[in-house]
Design a protein around this ligand. Sequence first.
Ligand SMILES: [Fe+2]
Length: 163
Amino acid sequence: MSMTTTTLPSIDTGIGERDRARIADGLAHLLADTATLYFKTHGYHWNVTGPQFVALHGLFEDQYRELHGSIDEIAERIRALGHRAPGSYRELGQLSSVPEADGLPEAKAMVEDLALGHEQVARTGRELLAVAEHAGDQPTVDLLSGRLAAHEKAAWMLRSLLA
Ligand SMILES: [Fe+2]
């Protein structure tokens, strides 16, 4: 028997097909925002300069590691909902509402840019939360709850550097 043909009926875990598609689409946007913010944070980690170098280099590392870990979790939730996870820079760039880094800002502008980025990703995730709750998609609700807490914490830390 070929593994590429199956007689299984289509996926049915109690979430309707339209809800699964809508949630997967929202998660694809969240994935794109997170991946863009991840790479931007990693780039700032490499390139930051100035008297706050040690603190910022270290904080950016903590934050890019956290973002990187979440990318896989979001993508795999999309797959569990029966949809394809975006997996190229081009596709992620098209879906992202977080702009790519533009040149090399000075340290303070990096911190401001990342704070705004985390708040943008939190808004993207929060928009989807109501949809997932309405559909009874508790695993996605749990995932989003963790992501919102992480982005709000990161934004708080970055804003505290500017106070
Ligand atoms: Fe490093």
